[in-house]
Ligand binder design. Structure first.
Ligand code: ITT
Length: 192
């Protein structure tokens, strides 16, 4: 079994996605429900580094944090790092209104950060797609009812958690870190 990971996030759906991807590769993930302070920053990486400074790694494992967002080129990359705020204030309807008459292509991006054993690693994942004119589907969270990944006709919310996990930005970011985790197995315990 791989190193223990503790995922600090307020978002249960993020945790569930991480648990299924990492668990399948032999890395158990524990959820620490926390709303970490997010600085005003222009990149997901800067937010992830700030989140990592607020958490503690388990003794022989790693702390895990993530920051993600929806980037819409025709809106100058908005809402991007402000995705969570935009969802709370404008909501899906507000975003769709802002998009009227604009090109509808968009990307989800996730940056995952791991810290522990004196090391820090970031992984980035992206999935390209487009935004549906109206919300569709009951699964997922956040922007899932309007995001249609490239090459598909259903939104993430219509695909179910397993379908989404095969394609998602979060899965891609986590996969980038699995190799690192596999090569940094825990040191043997000293006895006596
Ligand atoms: P943390 O506690 O981990 O910060 P959060 O939900 O506040 O959880 P973020 O600050 O990273 O997450 O904000 C990302 C927002 O982008 C999130 O609230 C969603 O609205 C949206 N988002 C990110 N990934 C998504 C996904 O896979 N599906 C739908 N919406 C997503």
């Amino acid at each position: 079994m791989g190193a223990e990971l503790v995922f600090y996030t307020s978002n249960r759906a993020k945790y569930e996605e991480a648990r299924s991807v990492l668990g399948a590769r032999g890395f158990p993930v524990r959820w620490q429900r926390r709303s970490l302070v997010e600085p005003q920053a222009s990149t997901l990486e800067a937010v992830v580094r700030a989140k990592l400074r607020q958490v503690a790694a388990p003794p022989r494992g790693f702390a895990l944090v993530e920051d993600s967002g929806l980037f819409v080129p025709s809106l100058g990359g908005f809402p991007g790092v402000y995705s969570s705020y935009v969802l709370k204030t404008l909501g899906l309807e507000g975003l769709l209104r802002a998009l009227r008459g604009q090109r509808r292509n968009a990307s989800f991006v996730a940056v995952v950060g791991l810290a522990g054993r004196g090391m820090l690693r970031l992984g980035r994942g992206e999935v390209r797609g487009s935004l549906a004119p109206t919300p569709r589907g009951r699964g997922g969270f956040g922007f899932d009812p309007v995001f249609i990944p490239e090459g598909h006709s259903q939104t993430f919310a219509q695909m179910g958690s397993e379908g989404k996990a095969l394609l998602s930005h979060r899965t891609r970011a986590l996969r980038g870190l699995i190799r690192f985790l596999e090569t940094s197995s825990p040191p043997p315990r000293r006895t006596g």
